[in-house]
Design a binder for this molecule. Structure first.
Ligand SMILES: NC(=O)c1ccc[n+]([C@@H]2O[C@H](COP(=O)([O-])OP(=O)(O)OC[C@H]3O[C@@H](n4cnc5c(N)ncnc54)[C@H](OP(=O)(O)O)[C@@H]3O)[C@@H](O)[C@H]2O)c1
Length: 349
């Protein structure tokens, strides 16, 4: 769908693909796309009836020079997303020793934004992060955690099963999907909750595991418009903020982005909140009415695999499309950490 007056900054190589994707048509041939929309000037495309207008701004230096000074609505890169370290694989896909090694490597290279959740690593990821951060300057770090998904109770059986699963996967990579199926068995499945008492217990556990007395951001995991008791949750968030236990609160939106944002705004709870969302076409084409909402974007590499867009482009576009404070990535191999830190630094210049 083309949003009203979406303005995309695109490189030449992705422009035609995007035009086709956003117009929801595969009818545009490469030749036609290149002839009609390929010139280095602003292009205005009419989307399907009533859906609005898409303006494509090619981004070469030459295109920028040729663009008239009063060119409609060009988007500067308004924010520079920081690189965030995603901890979802800790004590799940990645064992303790490799998790700590990755945290150490990322920290040594300057990463200070850490994204975790009560549910990650079947409830054990926060503990690994907390023990890693002990003795490091708390004020220098941004710790984001989430409540709302309760992990299964910690047990010896579960720990042994997880370690065994990693071992089997590493020795016989072919059985990866079998291991994944076993891990998703209902016995190990977390449960969702919006009950404030349970959320509060979860938050207290998070503080304990993370060895801190406050979180920079506390998010409600998997928010969707059908959830009951949103007002109660926000009242509780505000109490935590007043007493200094969290600096900010927000929502990890687990549904259609614009639908989620519309519901949060309609309920009067979006002001001052942070949202966490996966990188998506919808996020990169977000209309200006959402531009002030602080965003923590995640899963850039999943999006990269689907769209063919590089991490460099994703970061640049995130910075132009929304108030993206951080791009949170799972990165446990040495080369990925180093490459992502270098990319984020390059984009920030
Ligand atoms: N709020 C939510 O509901 C929610 C949902 C999903 C995720 N998250 C957060 O977002 C984080 C990231 O999410 P994700 O793991 O789904 O997605 P992701 O960051 O897009 O994908 C991570 C995968 O990409 C690989 N990778 C990292 N850097 C790379 C590079 N430069 N080149 C190629 N591959 C690279 C990683 O490999 P290695 O690890 O082997 O280096 C890993 O397999 C999570 O850890 C979590 O903190 C939040």
């Amino acid at each position: 769908m083309v949003t009203r007056h979406s303005v995309l900054r695109v490189t030449r190589s992705h422009r035609d693909k995007y035009v086709r994707h956003l117009l929801g048509t595969s009818k545009l041939s490469d030749e036609q796309a290149s002839r009609d929309y390929g010139a280095n000037r602003i292009q205005t495309l009419e989307g399907p009836a009533g859906s609005g207008r898409l303006v494509v701004l090619p981004q070469s230096a030459c295109a920028a020079r040729q663009r008239p000074a009063d060119a409609a609505d060009p988007l500067p890169m308004t924010t520079t997303p920081k690189l965030g370290f995603g901890t979802a694989p800790i004590l799940g896909r990645i064992g303790r020793r490799d998790s700590v090694a990755a945290l150490e490597r990322a920290y040594a290279l300057g990463v200070r934004h850490f994204d975790t959740a009560r549910s990650y690593g079947w409830g054990e990821a926060e503990g690994v992060l907390g023990s890693f951060l002990q003795g490091k300057s708390r004020r220098e770090c941004t710790i984001v955690s989430k409540c709302g998904i309760v992990p299964v109770k910690r047990s010896r059986v579960l720990s042994v099963a997880k370690a065994l699963a990693r071992e089997v996967r590493d020795r016989a990579p072919g059985v990866g999907s079998m291991v994944q199926r076993a891990a998703s068995s209902s016995r190990f499945q977390p449960t969702r909750t919006y009950d404030v008492r349970t959320l509060n217990e979860s938050f207290e556990t998070s503080l304990r595991e993370l060895r801190t007395d406050y979180l920079d951001v506390l998010l409600l995991h998997n928010f969707d418009p059908t959830m009951p008791g949103l007002d109660d949750v926000v009242t509780w968030f505000q109490r935590l903020r007043q007493r200094g236990s969290i600096a900010r609160y927000g929502f990890a939106v687990g549904c259609d982005l614009v639908q989620g944002l519309t519901c949060l705004r309609g309920s009067g709870v979006l002001d001052g909140a942070v949202v966490q969302v996966p990188v998506s076409v919808a996020l990169l084409a977000l209309s200006s009415e959402w531009r002030d909402v602080p965003v923590l974007a995640h899963s850039a590499f999943r999006f990269s695999a689907q769209s063919g867009m590089s991490f460099t482009e994703i970061l640049a576009r995130l910075g132009a499309a929304c108030r993206c404070e951080a791009a949170v990535c799972s990165m446990f191999s040495k080369s990925h950490i180093e490459s992502n830190v270098a990319t984020a630094a390059r984009v920030a210049v």
